[in-house]
Design a protein around this ligand. Sequence first.
Ligand code: BT5
Length: 326
Amino acid sequence: MMGDKRSRIIKALKDAQKSPVSGEELGLKLGISRTMVWKYIKSLQADGYEIESSPKRGYVLKSVPQLLYPEEIQMGLKTTLLGKEIHYFEEVTSTNSIAKEIAASEEEGTLVIAEVQKGGRGRLGREWISPHGGIWMSVILKPGIPLRHASRLTLVAGLAVANVIRNMDLDARIKWPNDVRINGKKVCGILTEAKAEVDKVDYVVLGIGINVNMDLKDIPESFRAGSTTLKAELGRHIKRVSFLQDFLFELEQQYILFKTQPFSHILNDWLALSDTIGREVKVTTPSRIIEGKAVGVTPDGALVIKKADDTKEEIIAGRCIYARSR
Ligand code: BT5
């Protein structure tokens, strides 16, 4: 409820477009006293909203904080499922870990978002660097699919990320299974985790990390050369809130297709944006290394590799390296 009143105050001040709104008017609108309005204004100011107040004229919203506050994301969000509920944190170990803790009692579509992750996770115990300026989030989904289909959602998310980035006139491509890259450099990683009972999933947590406005120097030297950010590619600062709103809308569209259409639709779109097929690859799994030519992806998202002896092998998960550049 508290959040609802705060949002309504923010909205009223935004609608006024920098002309003053009196405490009395806000109070009447929200059905609260002027003193309560003042308390909400104080709490907004503490969160970085620059609100000027003059006793005679009222309140003027000068600027909003450049943070991923749920109130900002939800205002103007066009989705019907994703982001109705948002758990926001300034700093966490990993949004995926939090999402998994709360998933059982949450509705489908709930998000966990953080400005900074101190223990961001990649696959197979690798780390994911998550400083200020990126988008680090987890989406809780309850698609009721068999566990073996959960990896399809990695492709769904990768496709949605690539699509929104392509809408910014950048040539985003997908590297199997979960990297979105621009000019061969990684801008986004996806970590899909699921819990299943017998074979049906109870929930899927889609962890998505996108390098948006951070400086490349915030990425450790050891993998800086292979990484990029949207800011570095576009040469300008990106409005994270509106980017995230666009992404959530796109992800929801793809998720609806995923639930209502044969998976071949998504797979075809994914294949059109992937730069993995046709390449010589080296895929490392926990138990071995497979080399050959990537010739396709199965409906479950496994990579099909044709080896030197002409036999084919399907690999459901692993780290893929392109053997030579084209
Ligand atoms: C991934 O793993 O790419 C999955 C990353 C998922 C991150 C999201 S953020 C929200 C949610 N909460 C989490 O804790 N995780 C998810 P993988 O394919 O294993 O790639 C990991 C490798 O990418 C590392 O070993 C580095 O080489 C590289 N890397 C790490 N941080 C990076 C960054 N910020 N940008 C580009 N590359 C990075």
